[in-house]
Design a protein around this ligand. Structure first.
Ligand code: DC
Length: 225
């Protein structure tokens, strides 16, 4: 098992940008677990599964699906679906299906395997609480609703999806609610996580703060502590 830097937080907090940069700077692999949930949801939809279906039906359908994250891309049954999973519809279904136990059980080994033989920066909602509770370093990234709605709006526009600012805001609020209130693996701040509010913090400052945390640990260990 390699060293794991676990980053959790709500949608739009800037986790992906930061996690990718950090992984590149440290020479760690990068894992976007949201992409795994999005691909699994897409796989379920392609099999005609709806949120009303039973856990048994979900498990059965997941048994015939393969989801792989590699080189920053996500593959569903061998097909690169990295773009397709970014539509608002795919986002909605990933949020709904991610609250279901069969989906979380299905993706648990996929996520843990990613750290088997590599150092890893993993980002999501339950990296530091459920998937990698013994992570080497834990961070929780947050930003206020307005800032996250702005980022979400921009992200959708860049992906060619036109939505109003108000819709982007509602989307962020709805996802927060589902992510934090679900029974299984809800989004929460792990006890030993370093909390970072990126609302008014430039990206460079966020990265420097995280690198500071990572390096101070390395230095302490190196000093024989
Ligand atoms: O980070 P994202 O928006 O791409 O994630 C898509 C959905 O997947 C999100 O609504 C919550 C869910 N998710 C999760 O439940 N656990 C994770 N570790 C990552 C994502």
């Amino acid at each position: 098992m390699g060293r794991v830097i676990a980053i959790d937080g709500p949608s739009g907090a800037g986790k992906s940008t930061v996690a990718k940069l950090l992984a590149g700077m440290l020479g760690f692999n990068y894992l976007d677990t949201g992409a795994l949930y999005r691909a699994a949801a897409l796989g379920l939809r392609r099999k005609g599964i709806t949120p009303e279906d039973t856990d048994e039906r979900l498990s059965e359908a997941l048994g015939g699906i393969s989801v792989v994250f590699s080189g920053g891309r996500v593959f569903l049954d061998g097909e690169d679906v990295s773009e397709e999973i970014r539509t608002p519809e795919a986002g909605h279904y990933s949020s709904v299906f991610s609250a279901r136990m069969p989906v979380r059980d299905f993706l648990l080994p996929v996520q843990r395997d990613a750290a088997q033989n590599n150092d890893l920066v993993a980002e999501g909602r339950d990296m530091s609480t459920v998937v990698f509770p013994d992570a080497w370093k834990k961070f929780y990234m947050d930003a206020n609703i307005e800032e996250r709605a702005k980022r979400r709006h921009l992200q959708l526009q860049q992906g060619g999806v036109s939505v109003s600012m108000e819709n982007a805001r509602e989307d962020v609020i709805g996802r927060d609610k589902r992510d934090t209130s679900r029974d299984i693996a809800p989004l929460r701040v792990a006890e030993s996580a370093v909390f970072i509010d990126s609302s008014d913090m430039p990206l460079e400052e966020v990265i420097n703060k995280m690198l500071g945390v990572v390096r101070s640990e390395t230095a302490r260990r190196g000093a024989g502590g």
